[in-house]
Ligand binder design. Sequence first.
Ligand code: UDP
Ligand code: MN
Length: 285
Amino acid sequence: MLYTKPEITKPPRTVVLMLTSWLAPIVWNGTYNSDILNAQFHQRKVRIGLTVFAIKKYVIFLKNFIESAEKFFIIGHKVHYYIFTDRTQDISKFSLGDGRSMDIIEVKSYQRWQDITMRRMEIIWNYSLQRFINEVDYLVCADVDLIFSDHVGVEILSDVFGVIHPGFFGASRKEFTHERRPQSEGYIPFDEGDFYYTGCYFGGRVQEIYKLANFCNNAMLADKANNIEALWHDESYLNKYFLHYKPTKLLSPEYAWNYYYGSPTLVQRKRLVHVEKDFKTIRSK
Ligand code: UDP
Ligand code: MN
């Protein structure tokens, strides 16, 4: 394969951080070569599972999510969608590309939307050793109220990856909306914390996601027993996990954009974007 030689004194991007202090790469547009990455991952014949939950009214987001993933999500590799829903009959048939497959798995719903989002960790944890470990190498776990709108490829894959929240990449530690009550398992003091990670998207090797989901689920259950719930639910527990078990790769906010935050020049491409939703209606019974 022919490509330009890497130059030690010519970093591809100079105005954004490309490496954390624990030496995890931060993935930005222009910092990687997809041909090299694709060849490396093809050699290993990797299989990727994408988990997504569409419970109650959120089933309406599924069609655009899957159809856009068919255009942009890790094209050219083996991809298996795991759709968790309580409304199997409302899910239409999708026509999937070569090497791509889907399972629709029925799960129970919860009354409170906060429980629906938090219990995803329990389900992911449960299925990891039962099922995912035998079927895929990597898991990517995403919210359903997202649309892929540009290339998302194997550059995202690593042992464990987290995504920098689009609202906080320039923020100070004090501004991070971590859980600040010491009584909560999600607690992060004001002088700690590296980045503010979004709860809508993370992934890694199945073994690693098993550990991550187990931690977040246990933290949530311990808080429940103490009648406390972290400020941003599963996102708060995920941020606590990443503080102590640092991700091996970070994705820039290109990978979880929200136009609510405008369109800064640093973010050259918007690969996965949040769908605007009417919170009141969508979260009602
Ligand atoms: N979710 C769901 N049904 C619900 C509430 C949440 O399926 O009634 C799932 C869905 O995958 C959703 C995710 O949980 O994308 C997180 O909830 P939401 O997107 O509302 O949280 P936000 O991104 O607004 O913080
Ligand atoms: Mn969401």
